[in-house]
Design a protein around this ligand. Structure first.
Ligand SMILES: C[S@@+](CC[C@H](N)C(=O)[O-])C[C@H]1O[C@@H](n2cnc3c(N)ncnc32)[C@H](O)[C@@H]1O
Length: 262
């Protein structure tokens, strides 16, 4: 993977970082609060007492939550500005987290086997070269340790997805298309729960679509043994909002993977 591609991704996330940090810390990321984070925690083994590295940690909200559960956390992210925000939070309320600007798909500079676990939340679909990320994860995890991550479900969140809706505007089906189209693109979106009177530029998020077999084969090729796959549905509480009910009734939003290093 060329440095130019990684520099382009870093530039986009540096541009997103201030608004992203503000919005996440205000609780505007309803998907994280009501669905993706609780589902990931339910899926994970206990982290207390473990040395854990978070791949693509962003501004560190989830990294801090893992530290509060008793893990000794390290966070890496490609974006200097994201890491700057993460370090600010650590300075204000120390939890013993170390942060480093680094790509998860290159040599991160930590010694072989220095972590009990590599985890990642909603970040591995946003970077190129998944196979290289898995090789680096394998190098960093001690034998007997594990890898666990969440990504957008590759079978349903495809480049050409479109909702079919009834006359009342309720989603009745998800039309998947262009599943095999691996072209990189930049997706523009905002958190749906932000107040309508706050007008902001959308985030510009580089995406690197890949198909299900590329995720699973990349994990296996690195040497991991896949232990468990999760495709969680949002809770009844989340589904009071029809944005979430779609992901309970019609299609899977999340793919969770847990794998061990033998
Ligand atoms: C959607 S954000 C998720 C951040 C965080 N994990 C969370 O759940 O809030 C994706 C993050 O992945 C980071 N990222 C993308 N490609 C990366 C790479 N190759 N190495 C490290 N971080 C990367 C971005 O800079 C961004 O902060």
């Amino acid at each position: 993977m060329t440095d130019d591609v990684l520099q382009g991704v870093a530039a986009r996330w540096n541009g997103n970082a201030d608004q992203w940090t503000h919005d996440v810390r205000k609780g505007y990321d309803a998907y994280r609060e009501l669905f993706t984070f609780p589902a990931f925690i339910d899926f994970l083994p206990p982290l207390a007492g473990l040395d854990v590295i978070d791949f693509g940690c962003g501004e560190g909200t989830n990294t801090r939550r893992f530290a509060e559960m008793g893990a000794r956390m390290t966070g890496i992210d490609l974006s200097e500005r994201m890491i700057g925000h993460a370090r600010n939070a650590e300075e204000k309320h120390p939890l013993g987290i170390t942060y480093k600007v680094s790509s998860y798909s290159t040599d991160t500079g930590f010694p072989d086997g220095s972590f009990d676990a590599v985890i990642s939340t909603m970040a591995l679909m946003d970077g190129p070269d998944f196979d290289a990320a898995m090789r680096e994860a394998y190098r960093l995890v001690r034998p007997g340790g594990f890898l666990a991550f969440s990504v957008l479900h590759p079978c349903f969140i495809t480049p050409g997805l479109a909702w079919q809706k009834n006359e009342a505007g309720i989603a009745t089906a998800l039309c998947v298309s262009r599943y095999f189209d691996r072209s990189t693109f930049t997706e523009e979106w905002r958190f749906g729960s932000r107040p309508a009177d706050e007008i902001v530029q959308p985030f510009a998020v580089p995406r690197f679509p890949r198909i299900m077999s590329e995720y699973l084969n990349g994990i296996v090729a690195a040497g991991f043994r896949i232990g468990r796959i999760g495709e969680p549905q949002p809770s009844a509480q989340a589904c009071e909002d029809k944005r979430f009910a779609r992901w309970r009734d019609l299609a899977a939003f999340l793919l969770l993977v847990m794998a061990e290093r033998p």
